[in-house]
Write a protein that binds this ligand. Structure first.
Ligand SMILES: Cc1cc2nc3c(=O)[nH]c(=O)nc-3n(C[C@H](O)[C@H](O)[C@H](O)COP(=O)(O)OP(=O)(O)OC[C@H]3O[C@@H](n4cnc5c(N)ncnc54)[C@H](O)[C@@H]3O)c2cc1C
Length: 414
């Protein structure tokens, strides 16, 4: 097979032409996509892919979208757990989990943050102890998106207190449906409920559900975080799914269900697309200050699009992820903040009104209380600055003086 973009495009187009059947049940279609190697074409042939370069994923997604054919499901499984398990193994977990992730049969959440460990993820105190053929886990996780309907979680837990903090962590797959896992939903200031706190009390994990090696969890977690930043900036094309057919109908239901959790995310990003209409609606579109702020917002958004395009181009060339992930993430925070500022400037006190008779049915008020999350989720702005300073600009790391201290002796809140 030719590995040129045109060759791959022609091949997948022909394959879709002779295999896509919208009347199939969704699961049957996804299994066919998987068997054809087109669900994750950049993954190795042994693991449901075709061993193609990373840029092939985008080509295949755009061909599926052009045919209005269903692709792989959205979510923490496809974006985070799957690629991490693929990268670090072992084979037994690749065998067990990768296919149901790509078909959407099993859903996932991320159990990293804790009340005392968010930015300082290596400081987690949730711990796991081996007891015969299972790990017993105790502790609390926090801000866990979609944990309320996930089948499995990717979990970072401490397995050794007697080594420095980064070296005592292990990365697990934890089954969520068990008595030791209690998921409590949190209500946000925008009234949505997309994340949870998760209490782990003698929760059980099969002994072999360790991703990578015991004690190597920090390295594995960094892989997940780099996928998180990468996918935050690069969206794949998706089918509109407007036409008929059982597969599309079931995919629409799956998507609606998924988006229940994320329906405030566009507002979190600032809704720059509404700014000009908002200004016209309020009759301030000829105000020079408002116009200047709108122009500033649009130029920030354009520059950010170019950064994302640069990231896509680097990916297409098979280059490892560079600074674009952190730059893109910072840019998205700045855009959200600026958009929120401009909406406030335009709407004044009216912007705070919620409900169906307000501007854009309360969306502006939702923007104002949702944008702060943009600069926290997936690593705060300050942490992105640190990453850029230390890993890109090669500035000296901030010394904590505790690098060699066993975690047991590191001072922390109790
Ligand atoms: C919408 C959303 C979805 C999320 N989903 C998930 C999820 O699914 N799973 C999950 O595990 N977590 C999730 N999180 C949690 C998120 O990863 C954490 O909130 C984030 O890492 C920050 O941690 P923290 O909230 O504990 O803040 P802290 O780490 O306590 O930070 C508080 C403040 O101190 C600053 N700060 C901390 N350390 C430094 C430093 N070294 N240098 C400079 N400044 C510093 C921070 O920038 C911040 O301003 C989600 C968060 C949000 C908002």
């Amino acid at each position: 097979m030719s590995a040129s973009p045109d060759g791959i495009r022609a091949e997948v187009r022909a394959w879709i032409g002779s295999n896509w059947d919208p009347s199939l049940p969704l699961l049957d279609w996804r299994r066919r996509l998987l068997a054809g190697g087109w669900a994750a074409p950049s993954w190795p042939e042994q693991w449901h892919g075709r061993g193609l370069p990373a840029w092939a994923d985008g080509i295949v997604a755009s061909e599926l979208a052009a045919a209005d054919a269903v692709g792989t499901p959205l979510g923490g499984g496809t974006f985070l757990a799957g690629p991490t398990i693929l990268d670090h193994g072992p084979d037994s977990l690749r065998e067990r989990f990768l296919a149901p992730i790509l078909t959407g049969e099993e859903t996932w959440c991320q159990l990293f943050s804790e009340p005392g460990a968010g930015s300082d993820l290596a400081g987690v105190t949730t711990h796991a102890e081996l007891d015969g053929d299972r790990w017993i886990v105790n502790g609390q996780k926090l801000w866990n998106t979609s944990a309320h309907h996930a089948d499995f979680g990717i979990l970072v837990a401490r397995t050794n207190w007697d080594v420095p903090k980064h070296r005592g962590l292990t990365y697990f797959v934890i089954p969520m449906h068990q008595p030791g896992v209690e998921v409590r939903s949190l209500r946000q200031m925008n009234f949505h409920r997309s994340f949870n706190e998760v209490f782990l009390t003698d929760a059980e994990i099969p002994r072999e559900y360790v991703v990578g090696a015991v004690g190597d969890g920090w390295k594995v977690a960094l892989t997940t975080l780099s996928y998180e930043r990468r996918f935050a900036g690069i969206g794949a094309e998706r089918a509109s799914l407007r036409a008929d057919g059982l597969a599309r109908e079931q995919a629409r239901a799956e998507l609606d269900d998924y988006l229940q959790t994320y329906r405030w995310y566009p507002q979190r990003a600032g809704r720059a697309d509404l700014v000009a209409d908002h200004a016209r609606l309020r009759g301030v579109d000829d105000d020079p200050v408002v116009r200047q702020e709108i122009a500033r917002l649009h130029s920030m958004a354009r520059v950010s699009e170019w950064t994302a395009a640069r990231a896509r181009a680097a990916r297409a060339l098979g280059r490892p992820p560079g600074a674009e992930g952190s730059i893109g993430k910072l840019a998205s925070s700045n855009i959200a903040r600026q958009a929120s500022r401009v909406h406030s400037l335009i709407g004044g006190a009216h912007g705070m009104l919620n409900g169906p008779d307000t501007a854009f049915a309360g969306l502006i008020a939702e923007v104002l209380v949702s944008t702060p999350a943009q600069s926290i989720a997936g690593g705060t702005d300050e942490i992105q600055h640190n990453i850029l300073g230390e890993r890109v600009l090669d500035l000296p790391r901030e010394p904590s003086g505790l690098e060699d201290t066993p975690f047991r002796d590191v001072p922390r809140n109790r």
